[in-house]
Design a protein around this ligand. Structure first.
Ligand SMILES: [Zn+2]
Length: 136
């Protein structure tokens, strides 16, 4: 049984909260929600609200979007290492023309959710975390 349904995870994102699953067996955090711990496969996990703070690990600028995302390009997909020791993929709210290598390693925080309307594969709209860089 899923401790945290994906729909509830996305609802929390739209509410500005980033939820993860803390494993009772290895104490690591799994995100996005899965039925088993991504580190040790234990099912003994509890929902925990995460800081939404971390470091920008890497990013890519999507200029040639997949079907259904044509209106959104160009946009930035990023990989963030969260303070809690796990990684999450999201969108980065940043000027695409000024996004370069110097962004990597910058502190970021979740500023909300990015919601897209979905396409023929996604059964409706979905949300992911939206990050922004933090000064200093
Ligand atoms: Zn675990």
């Amino acid at each position: 049984m899923m401790v945290l349904a994906f729909s509830a995870y996305e609802e929390a994102l739209r509410d500005g909260r980033l939820l993860g699953l803390r494993c009772a067996a290895c104490n690591k955090v799994t995100i996005p929600p899965q039925a088993v711990c991504q580190w040790c496969a234990s099912r003994d996990m509890k929902v925990e609200q995460l800081s939404g703070e971390g470091v920008l690990e890497t990013f890519t600028i999507i200029r040639v979007p997949p079907e259904g995302f044509e209106e959104e390009a160009p946009y930035i997909v990023c990989l963030v290492s969260l303070k809690e020791g796990c990684r999450i993929i999201g969108r980065l709210d940043h000027d695409v023309e000024r996004a370069d290598q110097s962004l990597i390693g910058k502190k970021v925080r979740m500023k909300g959710a990015y919601t897209w309307k979905g396409d023929k594969f996604s059964a409706g709209s979905h949300s992911c975390p939206l990050f922004e860089t933090v000064e200093g």
